[in-house]
Structure formats: structure tokens, C-alpha cells
Design a binder for this molecule. Structure first.
Ligand code: SAH
Length: 344
């Protein structure tokens, strides 16, 4: 078993069976070996540098009804908010002033913001601040993506959530798996750096499914792959499901690092929600991105895609000193570069 593990970890290419074997590992020493290998690969590509992405969650209105998500359309207990363009620019300024070189604009699928509204925000951010922009606005018409790319947006994050089509259908009443993939490919074709990924702990999801998620990210040649634990959200159909398993998640991130090599892999806020030191553990298992939220009070308390979300009561500015201590505790520091894809 041990010899097997060493041998597998030294391979350049893994089969699906080997990925499943690695994700399954449960012995402390074996897990350590897996995570160390992932960390070694992260260090090979990124040294001791972590990229910070400042995220602004600017609207929690959503036309979709994803069964896991706290801001789904039919959650009538969600207190809805939208930030104005001026508010978004003012928070962008805070992100820029704090030295972070990527601004992530995320929202529910909210068509209240026309493609021109979003274009104006992109142009103003790009004119005023020297930053990269990631959009995470869900599925929009292809012509919206065209315009936003022309205005200078750099990246698009659109998680496929699960590569198991049956599960996909079950949890996304209005969306089609094939469309999600077509959108990702379109975004990539018009020059966006793309991000995808899954949720771990979905109903009926197997380790084989999770390996398929990693394989899909590899096939799509994503620039970023995000694996996050399912965390239950109040007043949703999945509110009784247990939260995703931390150890399964960390193993998945480590295997993703081994397979996807130089792709960006975030250590998500959801990890910190499961475990006080979750983000640090993610970095030690191969992650190289942290996405601190700059969504201002009082809105940040309402962007509740899941329960007990971390850091919702604090002033966003307070998070950075805390983060920098957390980073140094695991031997890394924040980079001052844009953190573009290493694949371009
Ligand atoms: N509307 C955008 C942004 C969605 S929110 C879009 O559709 O892409 C960003 C991510 O939060 C989602 O892609 C999903 O993976 C994650 N998420 C939502 N609810 C969650 C939950 N209950 N547990 C864990 N992750 C969740």
C-alpha cells in the first residue's frame, strides 16, 4: 500500500482510479505524503507567493434556484440587496489601496444590471485602478461576455459545480449541464482566463464523481479550479444535508494540484467556515489563492450563500492584517503581481 502510494505520487499522469485512490486516503502519514507532494508542486510554480483576490459580492438577487444556495430565487427569507455603481467603485478603490491586484465582482444571476451597466463598471475600474478583473455573474448571453471582454475584464469564474449530469440536473432546476460547459468554452475562446470547479458533499456524489470534476477541469484546461465544501444554507431544500467533509476536500485539492499542475487553486472562505484553520490547511494541501471579501457592511451579512459564513461581521479592512499573519504561519506571503494565469 505504502509503496504503491509513493509510486503513484511520483507519476506525471494519474488515471481516474489513481485519483480515486488518493482522494480516499485516510491514514495520517499517507495524507501527509499526498499534501506534501501537492505543496511541492505549488512551490515549484508559485514559490512562496499566494495571490489575493479582493471580492465584492455586489448583489444577492438571483434568477436561478440552485437547491444548495442560500441566495436562490425561492429563498423568501433572504434579505436582498444591490450595490450601486458608485458603491462598487468605492469598494474597488479600497481593494486597490490595500495593494491587492485582482478585483472579483460576484453576484447572483441578476439581470437588473444590464450588460452596459456591468461594462461601465469594468471600464471605470480599469481606468482608475491598476488591477485585473474577474467576473462571477453566472450565465449571461454570449454577447454580454463579448462586451465585457472588450471592455477589459480579464477572467470569468463559472463553476460547473458537478460533472455528474444526474446530480447537476437534480440541484439546478433551470439550468443545463451542457450549457454550463458551452459557456465556459465560449468564455475561454474569446480570451477570458476561466475558472471552474465543484462543490464537495452534494447529495449522492461519489469519489468517482469528484475525480471526474478534476478530469473535467483538466480537459477544459481551466486557469483556475475551485473545490469547496458544501455548507448548508437555511431555508433551502438541502438545509438538512451534512456539511462537506474537510479531509475529503483537502485530499481533493491536493490531487487537483498534482493533476492540474500550474492552475490557480483557491483556499476558499467556505473552508474557513468548516474549520478555523481551514484556509491554512488548504494552502498546505496545494492551494495558492485566497479571496478576502470586501463586501461592505451591512450587505456582507446578507450575501449568505451558506450559513455561518466567516468574517461577515468584521470591517473588511480588518481582515488583511489577520490574513497576513495566517499566511506567514504556513510559510507563504501575498504576491504583489496581478496573479494572471500561468497558462497564457
Ligand atoms: N451566480 C454566480 C456566483 C454564484 S455564488 C454563478 O452562478 O456562478 C459562487 C459559488 O458559491 C457557486 O459557484 C457555488 O459553488 C458556491 N456555493 C453556493 N452555495 C453553496 C453552499 N451552500 N455551499 C458551498 N458552496 C456554495
Amino acid at each position: 500500500m505504502m509503496r504503491n502510494l509513493d509510486e503513484i505520487l511520483n507519476r506525471d499522469c494519474l488515471t481516474k482510479d489513481e485519483m480515486v485512490f488518493l482522494i480516499h486516503l485516510s491514514g495520517e502519514n499517507e495524507i501527509q505524503k499526498l499534501h506534501n507532494k501537492a505543496k511541492e508542486i505549488r512551490e515549484k510554480y508559485f514559490g512562496n507567493q499566494i495571490h489575493l483576490r479582493g471580492i465584492i459580492e455586489f448583489s444577492n438577487y438571483c434568477r436561478q434556484d440552485c437547491t444548495y444556495c442560500g441566495i436562490r430565487k425561492s429563498n423568501n427569507l433572504a434579505e436582498r440587496f444591490r450595490m450601486s455603481k458608485d458603491e462598487i467603485i468605492s469598494v474597488s478603490n479600497q481593494i486597490y489601496e490595500s495593494g491587492i491586484k485582482t478585483i472579483v465582482l460576484q453576484s447572483g444571476e441578476d439581470l437588473h444590471y444590464s450588460k452596459e451597466d456591468i461594462a461601465e463598471i469594468i471600464i471605470e475600474i480599469k481606468t482608475k485602478f491598476d488591477v485585473a478583473i474577474t467576473l462571477s455573474l453566472g450565465e449571461r448571453p454570449f454577447c454580454d461576455y463579448d462586451l465585457w471582454r472588450k471592455c477589459g475584464a480579464d477572467r470569468y469564474l463559472l463553476k460547473h459545480e458537478t460533472a455528474n449530469k444526474e446530480i447537476y440536473k437534480e440541484i439546478h432546476p433551470y439550468q443545463k449541464y451542457e450549457n454550463k460547459i458551452a459557456h465556459l468554452k465560449y468564455l475561454q475562446n474569446i480570451g477570458f482566463q476561466i475558472g471552474s470547479g465543484n462543490i464537495i458533499g452534494l447529495p449522492n456524489q461519489t469519489i468517482e464523481d469528484i475525480a471526474d470534476d478534476i478530469i473535467l477541469c483538466d480537459e477544459l484546461n481551466v486557469d483556475m479550479a475551485s473545490f469547496s465544501p458544501f455548507i448548508k444554507a437555511e431555508n433551502t431544500p438541502l438545509s438538512n444535508l451534512p456539511n462537506g467533509d474537510m479531509s475529503l476536500l483537502l485530499n481533493t485539492m491536493a490531487v487537483a494540484r498534482i493533476v492540474l499542475k500550474n492552475a490557480h487553486i483557491p483556499s476558499t472562505t467556505a473552508l474557513a467556515t468548516l474549520d478555523e484553520l481551514g484556509r491554512e490547511k488548504g494552502i498546505l494541501a496545494g492551494a495558492n489563492i485566497i479571496m478576502p471579501s470586501f463586501t461592505p457592511y451591512p450587505y456582507r451579512g446578507n450575501y449568505l450563500i451558506y450559513e455561518n459564513k466567516k468574517c461577515i461581521s468584521e470591517n473588511p479592512q480588518m481582515c488583511l492584517p489577520c490574513l497576513s499573519l495566517r499566511l506567514s504561519s504556513v510559510g507563504v506571503k501575498a504576491s504583489d503581481s496581478y496573479g494572471h494565469s500561468l497558462k497564457i
